[in-house]
Ligand binder design. Structure first.
Ligand code: FES
Length: 72
């Protein structure tokens, strides 16, 4: 189980547990995170979901893996 914290535009934070392999969008929708609608089903056409990743570190993300370098 992975913990993901969603921070809304007004600064409200909500941490949810998700299973590995689930997208952030799916995690938000499965946990009814307010403000994330996912209107285009995750094809990056509606801009109703955005991700701002924290810098690598003890409370942030690990280094990118190979597939992430190709996508981002
Ligand atoms: S569902 Fe994420 S941009 Fe549309």
């Amino acid at each position: 189980m992975i913990k993901v914290t969603f921070v809304s535009a007004d600064g409200a934070r909500r941490t949810v547990g998700i299973h590995e392999g689930l997208s952030a969008r799916e995690a938000a929708l499965h946990n009814s995170v307010p403000g994330i609608d996912g209107d285009c089903s995750g094809v990056c056409a509606c801009a109703t979901c955005n991700v701002h990743a924290m810098k690598p570190g003890p409370n942030g993300l690990g280094p990118r893996w190979t597939a992430e370098w190709k996508w981002i």
